[in-house]
Design a protein. Structure first.
Lengths: 221, 221
DNA sequence: CGGGCCGTTGACTCTTGTCAATCGCGGTGG
DNA sequence: CCACCGCGATTGACAAGAGTCAACGGCCCG
C-alpha cells in the first residue's frame, strides 16, 4: 500500500472527467441563495475538496457520494447520501471532502451563514446522526472482515431503501472505496453471499435481493 | 475474523472490571447538575453503551477513550479525547459508545437538555469537528497501511500535545483498537519507524520522540 | 523474591490486494 | 442489422501485508 501508484486516477476517472467538464461553469452553476434546487447528472460534482463552505445541502432525489482522495490516488468514500440526507457540513472555510452525484440527482442548497442562527432546526440532529454514522463506519472499517462489511452494507442500504429487493445506485468500485475493499473482494464477497443463499443477484448486476436477512444480521454482529 | 472468539474479553478485561466496580455506585456518582466536575481514576467508566444520554462531557485533564465492542469481543476505539475535547454527543436516548478514563482524569458534565436551546454555543462547532475527525479516521482505517496509520497517529498526538517529545497516555492495545491493528503490528510498526530513524522510543515505552517529522508527514500522505 | 502485565520478537497462517484473463452488456458506427 | 469496442463485473493465480500463536524480556508492585 505504500508504493507509488501505478494507476493513479483510473478508478476516479469519471470523477476527473466530471470535474473537468463542470469546473468552468461551476461558479455559475452554484446556487444563488438558500432553498435553491440544483439538478445533477451522473458523475457531476456538487462541491470539491477545497471549495469554500458557502452552502450545505439536502438530497432531494438520487444519491451522492462523499469522498476524499489520498495523494497516491486511492479514494475513500466516507458516506453515501440518499434522499433526505444533509451533507456538506464542516467547521472550516473549505470543504474537506468532495461530493458527486452517483446517478441523476437533485439537491437543495442552504446558505451556510444560517447555521449559527438556525441551529435549533434539524441541523444539530443531522450533525449528530452523521457523527454516529461515521462511528459505525469506523467500527466497520477497523474490525470487520470483507463479508461482514458487505453484509452490513447491504442491510444498511436495505433499511434506507423502501423495498427488500432494490437496486444499488453505485458501482462495485464505489462500494469498495466505501468499505475499504478492492473491487475484486467486493465481487467475491457478493458471490459468496449468493452461493450461501443469503442474497440473490438477478441478472442486472446492480439489483440485490435479500433472501435470509436473519443470517445477514448474524454476520453483522 | 469470523470465527468464534477464543479470547472474547481478555483485552477488554480492564473495561469489564472497571464497569463491574463502578456500576453499583454509578448512579450516585453521576453528576447532579450541569457544570459539575467528576474525577476519574484509571480505567473508570464515564458512561457505558446503553446508558441514557442525560449528559455530555468536556475533558478537563487526563484522557478518555471512546469505544464500542463487537459481539465477539473485539473492540474499536473511535476516539481519544484530550483536555478541552467534548464527547458524549449523540442523537438517541442511549449512548452508542462507552467511554473510560485511560489514566487519572477529570471531566465536566453538562445536562443534555441544554443542547437544543444552547446550540449557538460551541456545540455545533464541536459536533462538526468531531465529524471531521471521524471522516479522517475512516480514511485512515480504509486506506492506510499499518506504518502509515502509526505515523498519522503519532503526528496527530504530537499536534494535540504541547511538546514534540511526549508520553502516550494509552497502551499498545488501545492504539491497536483505535487504528484497527493488532497489538503486535502496532509494536512492529513502531520499531520499524525507530529503526528507520523517524522516531525514538527511549526506555519508558510510553514515551515518544519525533526525530524526522518531515519523513513522517511524507508517510501521512 | 516472585508474579503479573505490558511490550517485543519470531514463525507461521490466512485474508485481502494485485495482476491478468474473460464474460456480458450497451452503445456506436460501418 | 451486425460487428466492434469499451466498461463493469467476475473469476483465477499469486503475492504481500497483517493476524495469530507462542515465547521471551523488562518492569512494577506486592
Amino acid at each position: 500500500m505504500m508504493q507509488i501508484a501505478v494507476d493513479p486516477i483510473a478508478r476516479s476517472l469519471p470523477t476527473g472527467m466530471a470535474r473537468m467538464f463542470v469546473a468552468p461553469g461551476r461558479p455559475a452553476a452554484e446556487p444563488a441563495r438558500s432553498g435553491m434546487a440544483r439538478k445533477l447528472s451522473k458523475g457531476e460534482t456538487v462541491f470539491a475538496e477545497g471549495d469554500p463552505t458557502s452552502f450545505y445541502y439536502r438530497v432531494v432525489s438520487g444519491s451522492i457520494r462523499s469522498y476524499t482522495l489520498t495523494s497516491d490516488g486511492r479514494r475513500q468514500i466516507d458516506a453515501f447520501h440518499l434522499p433526505g440526507d444533509i451533507f456538506g457540513l464542516g467547521t472550516g472555510n473549505e470543504h474537506r471532502v468532495s461530493t458527486e452525484a452517483i446517478c441523476r440527482s437533485s439537491v437543495i442548497a442552504y446558505r451556510r451563514t444560517d447555521i449559527d442562527s438556525l441551529s435549533e432546526s434539524g441541523l444539530v440532529r443531522a450533525l449528530m446522526s452523521a457523527l454516529e454514522r461515521a462511528q459505525d463506519h469506523a467500527l466497520l472499517l477497523g474490525r470487520k472482515s470483507a463479508v461482514e462489511r458487505i453484509a452490513i452494507f447491504l442491510l444498511d442500504m436495505a433499511e434506507r431503501m423502501p423495498d427488500s429487493r432494490f437496486d444499488l445506485p453505485m458501482s462495485r468500485a464505489d462500494i469498495g472505496d466505501y468499505l475499504g475493499l478492492s473491487i475484486e473482494t467486493v465481487s467475491r464477497s457478493l458471490t459468496q453471499l449468493e452461493r450461501d443463499g443469503l442474497i440473490e443477484i438477478p441478472h442486472g448486476r446492480r439489483s440485490i435481493g435479500l433472501r435470509d436477512r436473519a443470517a445477514l444480521e448474524r454476520l453483522e454482529a
